[in-house]
Write a protein that binds this ligand. Structure first.
Ligand code: PLP
Length: 358
């Protein structure tokens, strides 16, 4: 097994003459093994590991200069929105939020100042789908980079670099780690120049993961395909069961043929994953909170992608950083419940949800 090189520095042969590694912020053999594996699973040439998903996103935005513009999806992980609005706007980077599910909307706002298009597909938590290949054509014409947050799909279901993206971003905390025991992020790319720029940022800004955490993600990746099959199978069963439940009004899952993004999802993903959101017919906050607090097997917690199932209330948890008005405008209601369907026995999961919904 790849050892955990628990070291901050490396003995050198002579002053200025190292044996391939000099200081662990720049490189670490455990991290190097992970970064090589990250590149391979996304069909990329290069991988870079960061101390969190947000740190990976932060590194991408640091490619930009004041005055540059970013076109981003209006529905995405709340922490990404918070990073853009609360940290980077004040450095003079402009973010334009639009509904990217219709790529014509990107064409309408793209300009000479556009340096980056930021997509999440499927989105967290509304499971919206954007056509990556179509967005990549627009990005190329504009001379902008296309970065895709592939956390929900995972490299097992979708490979954005193959569809024309320049950078793939992951919160490795989720499915790559797979066991809810590590915080980490990743970037994968093909272009050598882009890799050099991002490596420069990784090394200079220093948001690198420790070797133990790299070991955990490296181990997680080995079973990604084994875990994703039951995540998808259980996801399909839970989504259909919810849809037939008399107390459920709406289920967000891209595997339903009448989901607006179904055709694109089918084209660019090999299956539809285990992330599901839903609303109750009684959409009072009281009833929503009651259901959220009633499950036993689905643990009430932020995060997703671990083998154990989680239940989450985006409005007060993962997406609380998005102003309510903005959230509602984008379709994220206070009554939305998000599930990360794990790999437990699906009958146990249905029984748990059944008792909670009542
Ligand atoms: C889609 C998505 N992107 C990025 C992140 C941020 O990752 P991290 O929590 O590892 O910083 C998350 C976290 O929930 C996420 O769901």
């Amino acid at each position: 097994m790849t050892p955990i090189y628990q070291t901050s520095t490396y003995v050198q042969e002579a002053p200025g003459k190292n044996k391939g590694f000099e200081y662990a912020r720049s490189q670490n053999p455990t991290r190097k093994a992970l970064e090589d594996a990250l590149a391979i699973i996304e069909n990329g040439k290069f991988g870079l590991a960061f101390s969190s998903g947000v740190a990976a996103t932060d590194a991408v935005i640091k490619l930009l200069e004041p005055g540059d513009e970013v076109i981003a999806a209006s529905d995405m992980y709340g922490g990404t929105y918070r990073l853009f609005t609360k940290i980077f706007e004040k450095f003079g980077i402009k973010f334009i939020y639009i509904d990217t599910t219709n790529t014509d909307n990107i064409k309408k706002v793209v300009s000479k100042k556009t340096k980056l298009i930021w997509l999440e597909t499927p989105t967290n938590p509304l499971m919206n789908i954007t056509d990556i290949a179509a967005a990549s054509i627009i990005a190329k014409e504009a001379g902008a980079w296309l970065c895709v947050d592939n956390t929900f799909a995972t490299p097992y279901l979708q490979n954005p670099l193959d569809l024309g993206a320049d950078i793939v971003m992951h919160s490795s905390t989720k499915y790559l780690g797979g066991h809810s025991d590590v915080i980490q992020g990743a970037l994968m790319m093909n272009d050598t120049g882009l890799r050099e720029k991002l490596y420069f940022i990784q090394k200079r800004c220093g948001a690198v993961p420790g070797p133990m955490d790299c070991f955990l993600v490296l181990r997680g990746i080995k079973t990604l395909h084994v875990r994703m099959k039951p995540h998808c199978e259980n996801g399909r069963i839970v989504a259909s069961w919810l849809r037939n439940h008399p107390k459920v009004s709406k289920v967000y899952w891209p595997g339903f043929p009448d989901h607006p993004g179904y055709a694109i999802a089918k084209k660019q993903m090999t299956d539809f994953g285990g992330m599901i959101s839903f609303e109750l017919k009684n959409d009072s906050l009281k009833e929503t909170m009651r259901v959220l607090s009633s499950t036993k097997l689905f643990a009430l917690a932020e995060s997703l992608g671990g083998v154990e199932s989680l239940i989450n209330h985006p409005a007060s948890m993962t997406h609380a950083s998005i102003p309510r008005e903005e959230r509602i405008k984008n379709g994220l209601k206070d009554s939305l419940i998000r599930l990360s369907v794990g790999i437990e026995d699906v009958d146990d999961l249905l029984e748990d949800l059944g008792k909670a919904i009542g």
